[in-house]
Design a binder for this molecule. Sequence first.
Ligand code: SAM
Ligand code: DTB
Ligand code: SF4
Length: 324
Amino acid sequence: MAQSLSTAEVQALLDKPFMDLVHEAQTIHRRHFRPGTVQVSSLLSVKTGGCPEDCGYCAQAARYQTGVQGEGLMATDQVLEQARAARDAGATRFCLSAAWRGPKDRDLDQVAEMVAAVKEMGMETCATLGMLGEGQAERLAVAGLDYYNHNLDTSPEYYQQVIGTRGYDHRLDTLRKVQEAGLNVCCGGIVGMGESRTDRAGLIAQLAALAPQPQSVPINNLVPVPGTPVGDSSEPVEPLEFIRTVAAARIALPSSYIRLAAGRLSLTEAEQALCFQAGANSIFYGDELLTTPNPDEGSDRALLDKLGMAIEEAPQDSRAEKQA
Ligand code: SAM
Ligand code: DTB
Ligand code: SF4
């Protein structure tokens, strides 16, 4: 089992000379993964906008004027059409996202139907639906869900500056429910919300302390959304600082997939290559995230070709693999 690092230990990593940090991350990466392959997930917002929560970075929070219209839950047929297109373009995991505080049982039935049908298509499945109540993670597991995404977003200290309607403990409680249901956990955070390096260290230490460590760790580079408090007030982090964060996550979470999540459009190809060098081995694939753009599949395929990297095949049964 990976040893968890304290905030001070992660901070010491982040403070290292850049070349030493990236070298250490790449060395650890090669000990745990085949270099040169990238896991690819496609995202679909199945329920967009109108969210009652107040996450300060989010385009979908009803209380901020972001221009995003609230919509109801998408029809299953439409979701399956998008999943098929993502699979045909090369994605091996499909992630269903909903702008809810948490799912109502009636909504969960419909999402469970979507999950089962996507799984049937031969893709891995992921869902991110907000906080889960008793029995809901089990319901999703029975439907064939492989991963549940629920982020800690930032350090416990900085969290309060960003989100008021749900606490860090609520998030940890949902993560515990997901783990107890035998699902893989996808849990990460956001860089570039005005937090300090110590906050980034605090987030990584929290992720590393989860037992077991999350199988998937998305590192989002804030996509500043006009109309949100965080989007309107934050200065972007420097790309080199983002790459340091990726490297420290790789070292602290040696056998987790580290995903370059939102915000890749603000990184050059060379900066993304350095993220891979620092141990990132997963991306969101497809030209839209939830409400904001992402590089299109063609430019990602071209980038991977230039780097001599390949898309990783989906495992036969990722939950069985985890339990083995
Ligand atoms: N409503 C669900 C929830 O909060 O768990 C699922 C969707 S929510 C949009 C998923 C995650 O996307 C957030 O926890 C946050 O880490 C990330 N995210 C949202 N807006 C973002 C932005 N503007 N830039 C970067 N990451 C963002
Ligand atoms: C995650 O960590 N990042 C994804 C996914 N999990 C759901 C979402 C990114 C959202 C970026 C902003 C938007 O498109 O609205
Ligand atoms: Fe709602 Fe999720 Fe956005 Fe928070 S991050 S406002 S919970 S959609």
